[in-house]
Design a protein around this ligand. Sequence first.
Ligand code: ZN
Length: 100
Amino acid sequence: MIHYTCDLCAGDLQGDQRYVVNMDVFAAQDPAELTEDDLDEDHMEEVSQQIQEMEENAEEPDLSPTTKQFRYDLCCACHKRFLRDPLGRELSKKVSFSKN
Ligand SMILES: [Zn+2]
């Protein structure tokens, strides 16, 4: 049996409800901004052709090296805290306040 502990408070998750957080972090890529002109039929054909070429040229289409995946197991209490403040903004605010 796999033993789980909470990744935030290190609490034992055995017999407790376990919550899983999956995060993908990657560099945003905006290769082509679509304008109304791009939606013309001719352009659509061009675009789909370009996409096809890109797919044919791509060696590893799934994961770029800049993609990071994180997976966390959380207990019930930490899950609630996480949902309230997923990026820890509350916490960083408190830190900067205490410095003043
Ligand atoms: Zn926890």
